[in-house]
Design a binder for this molecule. Sequence first.
Ligand code: ADP
Ligand code: MG
Length: 310
Amino acid sequence: MLSEFAIIRRYFERPARSAALGIGDDAALIRAREGMEVAVSTDLLLEGRHFPAGADPRRLGHKALAVNLSDMAAMGATPRWATLAIALPSADPVWLEAFAAGFFALAERFGTELIGGDTTRGPLAICVTILGELPAGSGLLRSAARPGEDVWVSGALGGAALALEHPEFAEARDRLEVPEPRVALGERLRGVASAAIDVSDGFAQDLGHILARSACGARVDYAKLPRDRALLPFRDSALERRCVLGGGDDYELVFTAPPDAREAIDAIARDLALPLTRAGVIVAGDARLELHDGAGRAMALEPGFDHFAA
Ligand code: ADP
Ligand code: MG
C-alpha cells in the first residue's frame, strides 16, 4: 500500500519552474509580476454529485483542472499555478497514474504548475485551487455589463447536457467529460469585453449572474444561440431548449462588449478558430433575461441548475 507521501512524490510532485518554491514544504511560494493582480478560484468535485462513481480517472484529472482553468478564462486571467486537495478511498496506482496523466497533460498545455495540495483517505473528492495573473484592473467582472452592449457566446451550447440525457453519444460525452477551457479567449478579451462568465450551470442562469451583478437586463434571440451539432439529429425542440438554455458544464464563455468591439471580436474568433456568436443585447432595467424565438415571440425560461434547489 502506498503511503500518503509516496503518492505525492510519485504522482504529483514535479520540479518547480515558475513558482519560487513548489511542492514539499509547508507552503509554496509564488511571485506575481509587477503591475499584475493574482486571480484565485476553487472548485470542488464530488463523486456522485459532479461525476458518477467509476468515472474514467484520466478524464477526471482533465476535468478537475479544466473547470478551474475555465474560471481563469472567464476572469480574463492567465492561469499560472494550482493546488490539488484530493480524498481517495484507496491508493490505486492504476487510477492515480491515469488521473495524474489527465491532470498534467492539461496543466502543461496551459503552462499551469502544480505547487501543492493535500492528500487524504476518504470518499473520492477532488478540489483544485487555481491562481492566475492579469494586468491590474483588467479583470472581466460580472458587474461590468452596460445597456447597449452586445451579448456574445463562444463555441456551442448544450453538448454537455445532452450527454447527461443521452450518454450513448460519444461526441457529447467528450463535451461533458473533457471540456476545453477557453483560456486563450479569456486572455484576448481583456480590454475588449466588459463582463464575462463561464457556462457551468446553464446559459440562462449564468448570464443571469451577469445581469444581477450589473443591474441590467438582456434581450437574447434564442434562434441565434449557437447549439452543439450533436443536438441536430434529435430534431427535438424541447430537448434542445433544455440543453441550450438550462444545460450546464459546457464551459463556454458568455461575455458582453460594446458594439464598437465587434470587429475586434470577429478577428479574435478567426485567430482562435473558435466561433463567437452575437446573440443579444444588454438593456436598461430589471436583471431579467428576455428570450425571443426566431419569430420574435417571447419564450418562457427553464430554470438552471442549483445544487440547493428542491
Ligand atoms: P502538511 O502536513 O503541511 O499539510 P503535507 O504532508 O500534507 O503537508 O504535504 C506535503 C507537501 O506535499 C506539501 O508541499 C503539499 O502542498 C504537497 N501535497 C500534498 N498533497 C498533494 C497533492 N495531492 N498534489 C500536490 N501536492 C500535494
Ligand atoms: Mg497536508
